[in-house]
Design a protein around this ligand. Structure first.
Ligand code: ZN
Ligand code: ZN
Length: 585
């Protein structure tokens, strides 16, 4: 049997190599010599080698061969085979084979082995796509370990069921770094950056050393929340522990700095990165574009092309955004054409969205409308929203009515479209039409997403929701607001702009509600909680309203503070009474 041992040795050297060809050559030799027919161990080794190769599906027919040869699988065969199955979801009969393997495992009494069990749970959750069965296995198995839980946590989080992922996480007996990472990233994917940071601080408290995937998740959470201090802490941690900045970590840092309003620090990280892939370039380009530094973003785009990195569809979104925020209409058209002609990338709805936005902003409303009518896919709410913003800015009521008709058809229960139309009517003196829209909204029970603003004070995120007075320092905040109100009225002649206040409340209450918009509460709180020269950073979930935009400009002048607001689409840097967006947003 020295020959068998020799082949086993050869196969063990093939593992993890990627290339399946040498394995196939050994397999052919084993078939010709008749050795394969006599050895379950050789089947085992072949399956295992193929499972970690670039062509895992080649392992599947071996399982049938094993049975035809009258041999039985070992506890080692099944996990490798199930892994190959999970990696070849497109292979014909993959799911059926997975179920058959499960049946064999039961029949042969192999389900008591931890590795077999874990592999079965994984394949039920991923390939077969039946989470209840995966759970049943988890609950009824004699042997489970952290990796079993980790698999299920990841699958749940990816499916957007973060609460289920959390309950599994909480009941886990011993968590390892993979479990923490799965949970942090799960919250980030669910858009709950705040909870992601809570989980991360618990992880630190328990003395678990973070690895790259957790740190990337934490940086993404900071980017979501605008939590600059915590993001900087991660950067400091990387430096202090001499952790090399991989392309993933670097990209996450660039994104965090850009979204926290410190695009310059992002640029420094970007320049120091050794490897830059298309995602890294795109993140930097988008960051600059968001900050209104469109020309620099476009220079970077050409640099990327020159460095031999081909732009993909996402990179073009970044470049088109840069044109939009800077008003470069011709450059935008040129890029859109080069995407199609030079790179043969088929424009997606997002690219049309950028183009419509670019044209509409610059007053080319008919051209924008033409683009909407000619695009090959059905326009979505973002497209109509972009066209609508142009109508609002350029006061084109006729086109606005055209847009709204289509938009409301698409999203009958969202408030955005109704609010904008009512505002356009009010602004052009058509009060009866505005009232009619408000009436329709109430009739249909259209829901309004409440405005929500985050502000970070000494590393702690404070969240304010419009009209919500539950903050522990609310009394001081309202007193401060009163003072601000008096100062901007007397020093700058401020009069509240009631057009965009909540539409279904009475006129006198409007002024009150307006002063409780979330970013106003957040700014008042930041003013009483920080020292004189500290810039104030706010992250808001909706578009900033006209009144808040105006008020923030006045506060930046009266209180001599830089205020940086990131709203749903862009950054506003308020300084000395004016804003970097030049009042188009
Ligand atoms: Zn507001
Ligand atoms: Zn602005």
């Amino acid at each position: 049997m020295a020959v068998v041992a020799r082949y086993l040795e050869l196969l063990s050297r093939c593992r993890g190599g990627g290339d399946a060809r040498p394995i196939a050559r050994i397999q052919a030799a084993l078939v010709t010599s008749g050795l394969l027919r006599c050895s379950a161990e050789l089947h085992d080794a072949l399956v295992r080698a193929l499972a970690s190769s670039a062509r895992p599906h080649l392992a599947l027919p071996l399982y049938a061969h094993l049975h035809r040869s009258g041999l039985l699988p070992t506890p080692h065969t099944l996990p490798s085979l199930l892994k190959s199955l999970a990696l070849s979801p497109g292979a014909p009969g993959a799911r059926r084979l997975a179920l058959a393997v499960h049946a064999h495992a039961v029949k042969l009494g192999l389900t008591g082995f931890l590795l077999v069990n874990n592999a079965l749970i994984r394949v039920h959750a991923s390939l077969i796509g039946c989470l209840p069965d995966a759970h049943l296995l988890l609950r009824t198995s004699a042997s489970v370990d952290a990796s079993t839980f980790n698999t299920l946590i990841t699958v749940h989080a990816r499916a957007g069921r973060v609460a289920d992922a959390r309950s599994l996480f909480d009941e886990m007996p011993a968590k390892n770094v993979v479990s923490w990472s799965a949970m942090v990233n799960g919250y980030v994917q669910a858009g709950d950056g705040k909870e992601a940071l809570v989980v991360f601080s618990r992880m630190q408290a328990e003395g678990v050393r973070p690895e790259d995937t957790v740190l990337v998740g934490v940086l993404a959470a900071c980017a979501q929340l605008g939590a600059l201090e915590q993001g900087k802490w991660v950067h400091g941690y990387l430096k202090a522990n001499s952790i090399s900045i991989t392309v993933f970590l670097g990209t996450a840092l660039v994104d965090m700095y850009a979204k926290c309003g410190e695009v310059q620090l992002g640029m420094e990280v970007f320049e120091g990165m050794k490897d830059k892939n298309v995602l890294a370039w795109t993140t930097m380009i988008k960051g600059l574009a968001m900050h209104g530094r469109g020309s620099e973003a476009l220079i970077l785009f050409s640099q990327m092309e020159r460095s031999g990195v081909n732009p993909d569809d996402i990179a073009f979104i970044g470049a088109l955004c840069a044109c939009t925020h800077t008003g470069l209409v011709d450059k935008g058209k040129e890029l859109f054409n080069s995407m199609v002609r030079r790179y043969r990338i088929k424009p997606k709805i997002e690219h049309y969205g950028c183009m419509v936005d670019l044209l509409a902003r610059n007053g080319l409303l008919s051209e924008a409308r033409e683009m909407v009518e000619k695009m090959p896919m059905k326009p979505d709410a973002l497209i109509w929203g972009a066209l609508m913003a142009g109508c609002r800015f350029h006061k084109n009521v006729e086109m606005a009515e055209y847009v709204i008709k289509h938009w409301i058809e698409l999203e009958p229960d969202k408030s955005g479209a109704y609010v904008l139309l009512a505002n356009i009517y009010s602004a052009s003196g058509r009060h009866a039409s505005a009232r009619e829209i408000r009436h329709q909204m109430r009739e249909k029970g259209v829901d309004k997403t409440p405005g929500c603003s985050n502000v970070e004070i000494r590393g702690v995120i404070h969240q304010f929701i419009a009209g919500d007075l539950s903050h522990p320092r609310i009394k001081d905040i309202l007193t401060k607001w009163h003072e601000i109100d008096i100062r901007i009225r007397t020093e700058e002649g401020y009069v509240p702009d009631k057009k965009e206040a909540l539409l279904d409340i009475e006129e006198e209450e409007k002024e009150g509600a307006l002063s409780r918009h979330s970013e106003k509460l957040a700014i008042a709180f930041a003013l009483i909680s920080t020292s004189d020269n500290t810039p104030i950073r706010i992250v808001k979930n909706l578009r900033v309203c006209q009144d808040c935009h105006h008020v923030t400009k006045l506060i930046s002048k009266v209180y001599r503070r830089e205020i940086i607001v990131r709203d749903r689409t862009r950054f506003h840097l308020f300084k000395d009474g004016s804003c970097s967006c030049k009042d188009y947003w």
